[in-house]
Write a new protein. Structure first.
Length: 199
């Protein structure tokens, strides 16, 4: 029986939780769409601008961003082409591989990202008001969900601690060999700039 069937949903906690997560995902879509419409961009174009602004240039290639967002290279290429026409990004040739290029923000793009990055602020305010103990529990559950979805191949790219070459277990506890410290629940990162893939 579908979790969208109200009899199933209202009588089964697993279905309620899953339906609740689906509803929360709608919140992000609505907030992102509102910001996209304000700037006459598509949601993926906004996401690409934010990604480029917050990651190293070696991740700002068409191939990598296609993996990151679970989309095809032509879809990402089309989005980048539009952003380039709007003078929000520019392409820089890769010195090692002349067939490849990296996408960088123009000053106009940087100015736009400063505003677009605010789209989840309403949710951030709600999270800020949650009790500290409840926040810790919520964070552990979120990390567990993301790790399991990554392991199942639902989410393609995850630069989180559990997938990193620097991550290990010492005395049965999570440990970062790069930082040389034990990792507590709130130390776990979803998107680490020092991430090194296991593969």
């Amino acid at each position: 029986m579908s979790l969208f069937n109200l009899d199933t949903q209202n009588n089964d906690l697993d279905s309620k939780i899953t339906a609740g997560l689906e509803r929360l995902s709608q919140v992000f879509k609505v907030l992102l769409w509102e910001k996209a419409k304000e700037h006459q961009l598509s949601p993926i174009q906004i996401q690409l601008l934010i990604f480029i602004a917050n990651h190293s240039s070696d991740l700002s290639t068409i191939s990598y961003m296609a993996q990151e967002f679970g989309l095809t290279k032509p879809t990402i290429s089309d989005a980048i082409k539009t952003l380039e026409q709007k003078k929000l990004v520019t392409k820089r040739n890769d010195k090692q591989d002349t067939r490849s290029y990296r996408v960088v923000l123009t000053q106009k793009g940087k100015n736009l990202v400063a505003d677009c990055s605010k789209y989840p602020d309403t949710l951030s305010e709600i999270v800020a008001g949650i009790d500290a103990d409840d926040k810790q529990i919520l964070w552990k559950v979120i990390v567990m969900f993301i790790e399991q979805m990554s392991n199942a191949g639902i989410i393609a790219v995850q630069r989180m601690c559990y997938n990193c070459n620097h991550y290990s277990q010492q005395n049965g506890k999570p440990f970062c060999m790069l930082l040389n410290k034990q990792l507590y629940a709130n130390d776990i990162r979803l998107d680490c700039p020092e991430f090194e893939s296991l593969s």
